[in-house]
Design a protein around this ligand. Structure first.
Ligand code: NAP
Length: 279
């Protein structure tokens, strides 16, 4: 019996139960899935339950992605770079931590016909996910990576995830002027802020900078609710290629399932199954 969970606070909104349950059903696995509200500071108690009930693995959302690290016996290289874990597997009495967000994003990008190789990447926002994508873009051979953020110090910290790579890197403040300036040379533009997300009142005030993008560029929003943010809608109206955050959401979950089950899965087939049956 596979026992899976998602933990966080809040956790009610999480789509993980829907996605992972669909995968287990599709694969014909006998499973149980728990959605567990774990408040900040509550990890030790939850981990006692994991060991007591022999839970196979669990996904983590806010506010635990970094806090879990001291509790883990081992952590994979990706998660170490990002200081962020979204997947934990419990096996043979040990806790193993992984980060699947960036690989999930990479698969979504590839599905849209893009890769980071030799591309100029512009990322808006410098939170946890931004760091994972900066690191992935750098290691996948991006030509340049620019991170613009409301708080400059965070952009400067995030761009350090590209250290040691050959990518030309820059961190700056997210002003209209900077967005317009850097958009001109951008191949892949990524919104990694919550601007325009369902339940968030703030949104981009001026999307005019999208007009500066080269026509072949990809505009990508990590947000999946709503399916089309004002950011994506404007890009779409300009005839630019766009992707929302659904691909990343589903792929990062599927990569977690590969970890839980210890086997390779047919990810594109499962993604189609989830899209057709869950959303
Ligand atoms: P986070 O750590 O909270 O970082 C949010 C970033 O957005 C910060 O850099 C913050 O700037 C900036 N920001 C927040 N409000 C802003 C505002 N009003 N104006 C300008 N900038 C603002 O978030 P995260 O975990 O990195 O997630 C980023 C986005 O990715 C979210 O929309 C999330 O829903 C999405 N996401 C998608 C997936 C998926 O699977 N598709 C997975 C994870 C996350 P400051 O540094 O100045 O505070």
């Amino acid at each position: 019996m596979i026992k899976l969970a998602v933990i966080g606070d809040p956790v009610e909104h999480s789509l993980s139960p829907v996605i992972h349950s669909a995968v287990m059903e599709r694969l014909g696995m006998e499973y149980e899935y728990y959605r567990v509200k774990v408040e900040k500071g509550g990890l030790a108690r939850f981990l006692e339950r994991v060991k007591r009930e022999n839970i196979t693995g669990f996904n983590l959302t806010m506010p635990h992605k970094s806090d879990i690290i001291p509790f883990l016996d081992e952590i994979d290289a990706e998660a170490k770079v990002y200081n962020s874990v979204n997947t934990v597997k419990y096996e043979d009495g040990k806790l193993y931590g992984y980060s699947t967000d960036a690989d999930g994003y990479k698969l979504a990008l590839s599905e849209a016909g893009y890769s980071f190789e030799c591309k100029n990447v512009l990322i808006l926002g410098a939170g946890g996910v931004s760091g994972t994508i900066v690191s992935k873009a750098a290691r996948e051979g991006a030509a340049s990576i620019v991170v613009l953020n409301r708080t400059l110090e965070k952009a400067e910290a995030v761009i350090k995830c590209a250290e040691g790579s050959s990518a030309k890197c820059r961190a700056d403040i997210m002003t209209d002027e900077n967005m317009r300036h850097f958009a001109k040379e951008t191949d892949i533009l990524i919104n990694a802020t919550p601007l325009g997300m369902t339940g968030v009142s703030a949104d981009y005030k001026d999307l005019g900078f999208l007009e500066e993008l080269p026509k072949a560029s990809l505009v990508s929003d990590l947000i999946y609710s709503p399916k089309q943010t004002s950011f994506l809608k404007s890009a779409d109206e300009l005839g630019l290629n766009t992707i929302n955050g659904f691909g990343m959401l589903i792929y990062q979950a599927l990569i977690s399932d590969e970890i839980y089950l210890g086997q390779k899965l047919d990810l594109p087939e499962l993604k189609v199954y989830i899209e057709e049956n869950c959303f």
